[in-house]
Design a protein around this ligand. Structure first.
Ligand code: C2E
Ligand code: CA
Ligand code: CA
Ligand code: CA
Length: 279
């Protein structure tokens, strides 16, 4: 498990370079990024284990910096959160992702669920439900085909406000999932109170499988708990066939990771959907 958590950093500008750039300069760049169409989305397939079909995708934002090339979201999302730019960027991501999901549906007659990451700041934005409603209305995507990924930290922050926001989202009819499950707050109490469709097991638990017996125990426990709560489980960061086989044995519902497919362009997803030729 020595490579656990290792990122594909070589594809991106070094974080040292990013640190050398002043915050302000990067912020100006990020502001322009949206205007200048430097942001784009890739989509990573989520595969249904029993049928081996693509049933959803996760939208992952990318920034092609004019001088620096591809900048990792792990670098610019925190800055976007700090500066509040995550709100307009997140709105763009949501709209673009909904539009794309609707487009695939039109062209392939496949209902592919679109998962979109939502940062804490977006979740706290008082306009969130309005933004979600208009993204759905303008693109014609059914609410049940949109899933918002939240982290445990986002949900645990302010119980009263969180419940109110979740109630608004529930009424719209979108689904929620908990991202990076097992890495944040350990209180399980909120799982009873919140209407959550899916838990996404963080890839740090999947990574050492099948050898790491502790991670195996945690993974099995999360799957058992989720099923007991009538939730779906997604394993993130599945990189090997051995991991896939084990997760299948454990009864994991959905898998996502390089073994099943890297984040790719909309066209590539489209070809995969057509290639599966179900319906
Ligand atoms: P995340 O939501 O946990 O997304 C999964 C990350 O794991 C993605 O990194 C994905 O490319 C990577 N990944 C997928 N399969 C594998 C695998 O098999 N092995 C390994 N080692 N990695 C895998 P990415 O695209 O660099 O995104 C990093 C993080 O940036 C995301 O983590 C998410 O927290 C954030 N992010 C990305 N797009 C958005 C967005 O549109 N909005 C917000 N708020 N955050 C975003
Ligand atoms: Ca995610
Ligand atoms: Ca995750
Ligand atoms: Ca993460």
């Amino acid at each position: 498990a020595k490579n656990c958590g290792k990122n594909n950093a070589k594809l991106y500008s070094s974080s040292l370079t990013m640190q050398i750039m002043s915050h302000v300069k990067l912020e100006v760049g990020l502001r322009k990024a949206l205007r200048n169409n430097e942001l784009f989305l890739l989509y990573q397939p989520q595969i249904d284990v029993p049928s081996a079909e693509i049933v959803g995708v996760e939208a992952l934002v990318r920034w092609r910096h004019p001088e620096r090339g591809l900048v990792s979201p792990t670098e610019f999302i925190p800055l976007a959160e700090e500066t509040g730019l995550i709100v307009p960027i997140g709105e763009w991501v949501l709209r673009t992702a909904c539009k794309q999901a609707r487009e695939w549906q039109r062209q392939t007659h496949r209902a592919v669920r679109m998962a979109v990451n939502l940062s804490a700041k977006q979740f706290k934005d008082e306009n969130l439900s309005q933004i979600v409603i208009s993204a759905l209305q303008e693109t014609g995507l059914e609410p049940r085909l949109l899933e918002l990924e939240l982290t445990e930290g986002t949900l645990m922050d302010d119980a009263k406000a969180t419940l109110a926001t979740l109630e608004q989202l529930r009424r719209i009819g979108v689904y929620l999932s908990i991202d990076d499950f097992g890495t944040g707050y350990s209180s399980m109490n909120y799982l009873k109170r919140f209407d959550v469709r899916a838990l996404k097991i963080d890839r740090s638990f999947i990574c050492g499988l099948p050898q790491d017996s502790e991670n195996a125990a945690i993974t099995r426990a999360i799957i058992a708990m989720a099923h007991g709560l009538k939730m779906v489980v997604v394993a993130e960061g599945v990189e090997t066939d051995e991991q896939l086989v084990l997760l299948q044995q454990y009864g994991c519902d959905l898998v996502q990771g390089y073994h099943l497919g890297h984040p790719v362009s909309a066209e590539s997803i489209m070809q995969q959907l057509v290639g599966e030729a179900v319906d």
